[in-house]
Design a protein around this ligand. Sequence first.
Ligand code: SAM
Length: 225
Amino acid sequence: MTISVLTIFPELFDGIRKAPIIRRLQEAGTLTLQLVDIKDFAGGSFRHIDDSPYGGGAGMILRFPPLLAALEHAKGMTPEIPAHTVILTPAGHPFRQADAHRLGQEEHLILICGHYEGMDARINEYAQEQISIGDYVLSGGEVPAMVLIDSITRLAEGALRKESTEDESFENGLLEYPQYTRPAVYDGKAVPEVLLSGNHEAIRRWREEQSRELTQKNRPDLWKS
Ligand code: SAM
């Protein structure tokens, strides 16, 4: 899979490039992470990437020409494979675990990060979808892009053992049950007895019950659907 990220701050991705799963997939040749600096496509010596909004208003808008040129450049990474382009924006549809599975099937994913007040809306016509990572506003699309990259790549073949991901929160519409590890008692707090019983059926039932209770309590929206 190839993931291209269009950003005005490629250096913000230095950390995630070194994250263990991403490094492993890159070394195995199953992931290519391409960072495209939108500034390189602004033309002229001033690298003019933003401008004030038509119609007035506060802040600056990322200009359409450099965005489009950067997108065309990213598409050139896999000329024979059509890319799936995603714009990161608070106005997009909410990102879910199911989207991580779905986008992980793409051979070439392009993520466009906005900044300042956002980007010229004409770029929307060149994208397949717009995604939001939550109902709050961040200063740039870089953290949202990293959220997508992390959640997608950890599901990839060769990233983690299958059992580690198939039993997790959201995979079956519920939150995951609480987990514990050694020691069995610490600071007066004991691990639930059933987990030490060795009775696999009882443990399975206890976990199922805990998942249901936690989902009802913390995520009534998931419980209802
Ligand atoms: N003026 C925009 C609005 O009110 O919707 C917010 C722009 S925000 C300050 C700058 C950039 O950060 C956006 O273009 C987008 O790429 C990114 N961004 C901020 N919050 C986001 C979120 N919740 N999900 C996805 N991207 C987000």
